[in-house]
Design a binder for this molecule. Structure first.
Ligand code: FES
Length: 101
């Protein structure tokens, strides 16, 4: 898994390296990342994030995830953090929490 950089405006940043790869949700739990989770299963939209960098290092969204993002009117480049699977390999993924306030 690449190096992960998870940001929340204005200034919270959590960085992590995960050598085993896998679910972003697990990385967030392990490192106290500032992404708010509720259902943790891709149905509520609470954990929406914007992919700033490294989208090619993530498995693409399934149809169910695309439908939730469409329901919220999110532009391309946003994902549900609880469903993101990060691929193994070098590189950097940078995410920012979607703040609607
Ligand atoms: S926590 Fe509900 S969609 Fe991710």
């Amino acid at each position: 898994m690449p190096h992960l950089c998870i940001e929340k405006v204005p200034n919270t940043v959590v960085e992590a390296d995960e050598p085993k790869g896998g679910r972003l949700l697990d990385t967030c739990d392990d490192h106290g990342a500032p992404i708010p989770f509720s259902c943790r299963s891709g149905s509520c939209g609470t954990c929406r994030v914007e992919i700033i960098e490294g989208e090619a290092l993530l498995d693409p969204p399934e149809e169910e995830e695309r439908q939730i993002l469409e329901m919220f009117g999110d532009p391309p480049g946003r994902r549900l953090a609880c469903l993101i699977q990060v691929r193994e390999g070098p590189g950097r993924v940078r995410l920012r929490v979607v703040d609607e306030e």
